[in-house]
Design a protein around this ligand. Structure first.
Ligand SMILES: NC(=O)c1ccc[n+]([C@@H]2O[C@H](COP(=O)([O-])OP(=O)(O)OC[C@H]3O[C@@H](n4cnc5c(N)ncnc54)[C@H](OP(=O)(O)O)[C@@H]3O)[C@@H](O)[C@H]2O)c1
Length: 330
């Protein structure tokens, strides 16, 4: 094994703010591994909207400087003493913090071997968003054949994967919202049966119209503040509002009594609380990567950025100009 360096490049910020606070630390310490961890030399790391929440102060980031990242892909260069199922040299994908750096120490519970036939970069592109989409329609609200559902920001990273998985499980009416005609066309190519430009149209009225006044049994909403009230309106009796993100801002406190008019459910899930054990992660990630390998799930990569282009990546995803996934190549 080649000797590991003492320091590394890492994407960090020292204070919260706009994309300009992002900087590349050139001599960040190499992480040390605990007995149940492995050290990965990253080849790719996924960009996620959550990176902007930490950078901008929506979610607390400590300690500073804070190294960003939640998923990656690369070669194992060191193994903790209690890890038995991986070895140095294995090429793996993983979920875990501080992945937007040259090296990441990650719990072996959240590691998966990249299957032959899955292209480099694709595992880092699909793991977190794919598993999010998977658990949202399986655990948050189990979507059944024939269901009418609504997906907001349907041309985004999670959105496109949601559309594909909803089609795969046989949802009957898959209504997509997005802010341009091109994004809606993409969502429809990926499984949506109807598209609404929620930046221009009265999307609440359109959802009611499309569903013949019945409404949808589930809304999958990563947009948050700007769509929350409308979501309650378009849900059918006993429907679920699955609110899983805050791209437009955090949903303000609301009166629980608003749910009783239609016996609605509101959920605010996070992926890591669905996949808490090695077994849960491995089962879901294995199935997801099998879908990718068999081309049952198409992973649309918007753009591959260098770590040095991180400010631009943040501007792009917050500026609503992206479709699918943004990835860093280390
Ligand atoms: N809970 C979890 O475990 C979990 C896991 C992964 C992701 N998420 C959440 O899922 C959502 C999607 O994440 P992603 O990484 O796939 O991002 P993304 O969907 O690729 O990008 C966000 C999209 O949100 C839409 N949007 C609506 N209002 C916006 C506004 N005011 N500013 C910026 N964007 C706005 C934009 O699409 P339009 O232009 O079409 O409106 C934009 O493209 C995020 O909220 C993220 O935090 C949650």
């Amino acid at each position: 094994m080649s000797r590991l360096p003492q320091t590394q490049r890492a994407l960090q910020f020292n204070r919260v703010g706009g994309p300009e606070v992002l900087e590349i630390a050139t001599s960040a310490p190499l992480p040390s591994i605990k007995p149940d961890q492995i050290l990965v030399k990253n080849a790719y790391a996924g960009v996620n909207y959550i990176d902007t929440y930490f950078r901008g102060g929506v979610y607390p980031a400590s300690p500073l400087p804070y190294t960003l990242g939640r998923e990656g892909e690369g070669t194992i260069v060191a193994i903790g003493s209690s890890v038995t199922d991986y070895k140095v040299g294995d090429y793996v994908g993983y979920m875990g913090p501080e992945s937007q750096a040259e090296y990441t120490a990650v719990s072996a519970n959240y590691v998966i071997a990249v299957p032959a036939g899955v292209e480099p970069g694709v595992t880092a592109a699909v793991l977190l968003q794919g598993l999010t989409a998977f658990t949202l329609i399986r655990d948050a609200h189990e979507v059944k054949r024939g269901d009418a559902v609504l997906v907001h920001a349907a041309a985004g990273g999670v959105g496109l994967l949601l559309c594909q998985l909803l089609r795969a499980v046989g949802a009957g009416t898959i209504i997509a919202t997005a802010s341009t005609k091109e994004k809606l066309q993409l969502a429809e190519k990926n499984g949506a049966t109807h598209g609404i430009d929620y930046s221009k149209e009265d999307w609440v009225a359109r959802v009611k119209e499309i569903t013949g006044g019945q409404g949808v049994i589930a809304v999958f909403d990563g947009v948050g503040k700007s769509t929350f009230d409308g979501d309650l309106e378009v849900l059918a009796r006993k429907g679920s509002l699955v609110s899983f993100g805050n791209a437009s801002g955090v949903v303000p406190p609301f009166s629980i009594g608003r749910l009783s008019a239609k016996n609605l459910k509101v959920l605010r899930p996070t992926l890591f609380m669905y996949l808490t054990t090695k077994e849960e992660f491995t089962e879901a990630a294995t199935e997801l990567l099998r879908f990718v390998k068999e081309k049952k799930v198409d992973v649309k990569i918007h753009k591959i950025y260098s770590l040095e282009e991180a400010q631009q990546a943040h501007k792009d995803i917050e500026g609503r100009g992206t479709t699918g996934k943004l990835v860093y190549k280390l």
